[in-house]
Design a protein around this ligand. Structure first.
Ligand code: ADP
Ligand code: NI
Length: 221
């Protein structure tokens, strides 16, 4: 039987691993995104009956390899996480749970049939969604749009709600349209009560931002 490593030590090692793996990642998915999702997950976890260790590890590892940067390969992230967790001699059922969380966390899979669920998953999903909305969400969206060379806004290009995962991935709309495609829909997808409350505040802030944005665009403010 392998020695059971102390949970605090495992978390510290995971932080080191994630920081190393994500060094040089584009800013939407850098260590600071992970750090915010980790903190938010921990906060939401306090209000739910969940295994905090699984929540923390899942949050830390949830974006370990973004498929966007691996030719769309969605198995790299879960695989990397699995190998890392095995190296720390964590129990297999815990590893399986965390790998399932990582595999199912992204927004894209929520358009398809969801294959896995747990309260720990729901907590991390809420935290990840919260980091896509509000002031941080706005900053991340414009950063991503710039990285993709997308326009900020074009009144001629109307927003579409993307149905399939493939369409969503290919999309090259304006960043303002991303609010309608995704960001403004997230508040109604929250799982936990704590998540819903936090999402409401962030959502209202985005609505205010858009109101000001259109007024300024039209020279009315
Ligand atoms: P997640 O971290 O939830 O998997 P993504 O990888 O899809 O999200 O996106 C990372 C960040 O970039 C998020 O803040 C998201 O809102 C933003 N983003 C994704 N697609 C676009 C887009 N087409 N335009 C602007 N921002 C985007
Ligand atoms: Ni994320």
């Amino acid at each position: 039987m392998g020695r059971l490593l102390d949970k605090k030590y495992i978390i510290q090692e995971t932080v080191k691993f994630v920081k190393k793996e994500l060094s040089g990642a584009e800013t939407g998915h850098d260590w600071f995104h992970i750090d915010r999702v980790w903190k938010l997950s921990t906060r939401i976890a306090e209000t739910e009956n969940v295994d905090l260790f699984i929540v923390e590890l899942g949050a830390l590892l949830h974006d370990i390899a973004d498929s966007k940067f691996y030719d769309g390969n969605e198995e790299i992230g879960p695989q990397k996480a699995k190998e890392f967790l095995k190296s720390l001699e964590i129990e297999n059922n815990i590893i399986e749970h965390i790998v399932n969380i990582i595999r199912n966390i992204s927004f894209k899979s929520s358009n398809n049939e969801q294959k896995f669920n747990s309260m720990e998953f729901q907590v991390i999903q809420d935290a990840d969604r919260l980091d896509a909305i509000g002031a941080i969400g706005i900053a991340r969206a414009f950063n991503f749009g710039g990285y993709k060379n997308n326009e900020i806004y074009d009144p001629e290009i109307k927003p579409v709600i993307f149905m399939s995962k493939e369409e969503y991935k290919k999309s090259n709309t304006t960043t303002i349209n991303h609010f309608y495609d995704k960001l403004l829909l997230l508040k109604d997808k929250m799982n936990t009560e704590a998540g819903k409350n936090m999402a409401k505040k962030r959502h209202d802030f985005m609505e205010k931002f858009l109101y000001e944005f259109y007024n300024e665009w039209n020279g009315e403010l």
